[in-house]
Design a protein. Sequence first.
Length: 81
Amino acid sequence: MAERSGGAAPRSLGDDRLLKELETIHRTRHETLLHGSDDALATHTQRLKELEDEYLRRHPQRAPASARTREGARARASGEP
């Protein structure tokens, strides 16, 4: 795979720009998976990981929504509110 510039370094992005980049890359993921070349998918995967890792580095104590936990999923499956 050829070396390519993947955009600005995630650490250099402000919080708003980082979130915008994450929204964009998540929105384009499905299309890249289905129709991108192997190189495009590898580049997309690498950039996605870099951006997500930076978000997690900045927000290590983020609070997951209760519905997004195993307990919340079990409650939905059992019909609990």
